[in-house]
Design a protein around this ligand. Structure first.
Ligand code: ATP
Ligand code: MG
Length: 354
């Protein structure tokens, strides 16, 4: 696997239309070599279309696409140095695992012996050295997906593309396989573009996330950036859970932003934006609930409590509207029907546009 040179990916004003449908509106993005970048967003936002444009399986209606600095906009899929891992694995059922992994190399006229050696190396990378002689139906779903990953990486692509690679796996396995994919990507220093609509999966594997919505980029950044500095209520809600509470920005001076929430004034660290209506982003774990009414400015009633071992999830109804809160389970549990005070640290609050 030593010959793969990770490539950069760049879109310059790429538009993709399917007849009357605009699947991508003037998309510009840049992916650095060796990074794993995730395209995240709701169904139909254009993730697969973006991936297929990188692979050359679709042609851009407008704009330019560069891989490794080379303009590939008009280059057919065969000549692009990318490999794709599909949701459905797409393994050949009648071939052995080793033959499956070696197949792409054979097609590229790599001598049989070398193809076999590289396929064995690929299987060893995904921890399936002992499975080369089996056929795909003799493997679990997770193992089949690892074969698909091995098959893609033995081609030493400049860019590895993965379209919802885990969606056929159950929750426990998903976590395991995503860690493996991330590890292989980092070990080999591959450039990878990963598509998912699962925000937790995106946070767990990515160097950067490009969040898409309605055929365009809503926001991009590191998982930390998106969580800490959402630029809209859509992002605040999509990346991690959030309670979005209506507020009024009264003033922004040099060091503080003053807001009014249900006729109470709160001072926050300075926030970008302007005065007027906005939404306050209150993360569930930032909320502290107490029976002691002097502990918080606001009040609410517990409408639901779910004990999850290490945490308790609460729903509340009160002055701030309906809230979702997460508490440490070691604290004295609260019961449905209890009236409690609601407290949070204004230093941690973020505001987004209404
Ligand atoms: N071949 C096609 N012909 C017509 N419309 C298409 C075609 N492929 C995609 N579209 C449309 O383009 C838009 C984006 O589709 P795309 O498959 O990229 O979405 P996605 O983000 O991958 O969604 P999902 O999460 O459901 O896989 C959708 O409105 C879809 O219906
Ligand atoms: Mg898709």
């Amino acid at each position: 696997m030593s010959n793969s040179i990770p490539g950069s990916v760049r879109f310059d004003g790429v538009v993709k239309k399917f007849g009357a449908v605009t699947a991508l509106k003037k998309l510009s993005l840049a992916i650095e070599p060796g990074q794993l970048v995730t395209l995240l967003g709701p169904s139909g936002c254009g993730k697969t279309t973006t991936l297929r444009l990188i692979a050359g399986l679709e042609t851009a209606s407008e704009g330019s696409i560069f891989i490794g600095g080379e303009d590939v906009t008009r280059l057919s899929a065969t000549y692009r140095k990318v490999s794709m891992v599909f949701q459905s694995y797409a393994l050949f059922p009648h071939m052995t695992v080793l033959e499956n992994v070696a197949y792409g190399l054979t097609v590229k006229s790599v001598p049989k012996k070398e193809a076999q050696e590289r396929a064995e190396e690929g299987l060893s990378l995904v921890g399936l050295s002992d499975f080369g002689g089996r056929i795909p139906s003799e493997l679990s779903g997770g193992q089949q997906q690892r074969v698909a990953v091995a098959r893609a990486i033995v081609l030493e692509p400049e860019v590895l593309l993965l379209d919802e690679p885990l969606s056929n796996l159950d929750a426990k396995l998903r976590r395991h396989v995503r860690e493996e994919i991330r590890q292989i990507q980092q070990t080999l220093g591959l450039t990878a573009v990963y598509v998912t609509h699962d925000q937790e999966e995106a946070m767990a594997v990515s160097d950067r996330i490009i969040v898409m919505r309605n055929a365009e980029i809503a926001q991009e950044g590191s998982p930390h950036d998106l969580y800490e500095r959402p630029n809209s209520s859509f992002i605040a809600d999509f990346i991690g859970d959030a309670n979005l509470i209506d507020c009024e920005v009264l003033s922004l001076n040099g060091s503080a932003t003053r807001i009014e929430v249900v006729s109470k004034c709160i001072e926050l660290p300075i926030q970008p934006g302007q005065t007027g209506a906005a939404k306050m982003v209150l993360r569930p774990h930032q909320i502290r609930l107490s029976r002691d009414k002097s502990q918080g400015e606001f009040e609410g009633n517990i409408t639901y409590a779910a004990y999850l071992g290490n945490q308790i999830h609460y729903s509340l109804d009160g002055e701030l509207g309906q809230l979702f809160a997460i508490s440490d389970a070691t604290l004295d549990p609260l019961s449905v029907g209890e009236n409690v005070s609601i407290n949070f640290d204004p230093q941690k609050l973020r505001l987004v546009a209404n």
